[in-house]
Structure formats: C-alpha cells, structure tokens
Design a protein around this ligand. Structure first.
Ligand SMILES: Nc1ncnc2c1ncn2[C@@H]1O[C@H](COP(=O)(O)OP(=O)(O)OP(=O)(O)O)[C@@H](O)[C@H]1O
Ligand SMILES: [Mg+2]
Length: 147
C-alpha cells in the first residue's frame, strides 16, 4: 500500500514536531504500531505524539514493565515489546483489552503482537540509514496497518 505520509526528519526536534502534528489525527481507541530498529526514533516520535496529546508525564520506553500509562487529552498506553519473552506475558498484561479499549495505544516493537492488533490500526515505519549525512536524519512513513 502507498504510504499516506513519507517524511524525512532532519533532527530529533523535527521528529518531535512531526509527532505533535500527527497526534491531532488520533482519536480514542486508535492503535499505532511503530516499526524500526534500535535508535530509529520510535520513542522520540512517541514523545512528540504524547506532547501533542497534552501528556505531562515523562515519556520513556517501558522496557521492563512493557507498558506505561499516561494521562493526556485521552488515556495513552505506551508499550515496548522488545523484551517480550512469552505469550503468557501478553495474556497477563491483558493487551487485547488495551488494544480494543478506548485509550490510544502506541506500540514499540509490535512484531510479537501482530496477531493481536485490531484489524484497523496505523503503522509507522522509521528508518535510520548508516550513510554519510544521515546521522541526524530519519525516514518516517505512515501507512494503514496490514493484517
Ligand atoms: N531525526 C531524528 N529523529 C529522531 N531521533 C534522532 C534523529 N536524529 C538523531 N536522533 C537520535 O536518535 C536516537 C533515537 O532514539 P529513540 O530512543 O527515539 O529510538 P527508538 O527507536 O525508540 O530505539 P529503541 O528500539 O532502543 O527503543 C536519539 O538519541 C535521538 O537523539
Ligand atoms: Mg524506544
């Protein structure tokens, strides 16, 4: 599917700004899956989105807890499944209730939960290139989620 948006961010600050703008498209119940390697800017972009949603709490990757909850314009659930070790953990967390609930779900490393994502969701792909001149650049693509 053709990307709805393809953007080259030239800096961390620009990624935050993109996130703030993008957040205005989000509504309660939306699920956004963030794909991209270590350091590609997933958490940075989520910080921008959370700022746009009037979240005042500190936004950090919930690496060990798997989920952080923030209180903005809407409830925001920030997941990071990088260290997901078992299906059981997902079950214990009750991820499906979050994914099908009324908050906004922002999911880093969604590969392990792909089957549980709702039919209708948004994918954001971040790419860092290891090329001269790309140290502070990131490609950001927004697509309708594929199941
Ligand atoms: N254009 C840019 N957009 C976002 N981050 C950038 C950019 N240029 C440089 N950076 C730097 O890249 C790093 C991105 O880190 P971030 O934690 O957001 O990545 P991540 O994809 O969440 O990584 P992880 O998989 O470890 O959770 C930060 O150190 C940030 O300052
Ligand atoms: Mg991260």
């Amino acid at each position: 599917m053709a990307p709805r948006t393809k953007f080259i961010s030239e800096s961390r600050e620009e990624t935050i700004k993109f996130g703030k703008h993008f957040s205005s498209e989000l509504r309660p119940g939306d699920v956004v899956a963030f794909y991209g390697n270590l350091g590609s800017g997933k958490t940075t972009l989520i910080r921008g989105i959370c700022a746009g949603l009037d979240v005042n709490e500190v936004v950090t990757s919930p690496t060990f807890t798997l989920i952080n909850e923030y209180h903005g314009k809407f409830p925001v659930y920030h997941f990071d499944f990088y260290r997901l070790s078992s299906e059981m953990e997902l079950h214990d967390l009750g991820v499906e209730e979050y994914f099908n609930g009324d908050g906004i779900c922002l999911i880093e490393w969604p590969e392990g939960v792909h089957d549980l994502l709702p039919e209708s969701h948004i994918e954001i792909h971040l790419t860092a290139r290891f090329e001269p001149g790309w140290e502070n650049k990131r490609e950001i693509k927004v697509l309708a989620g594929q199941k």
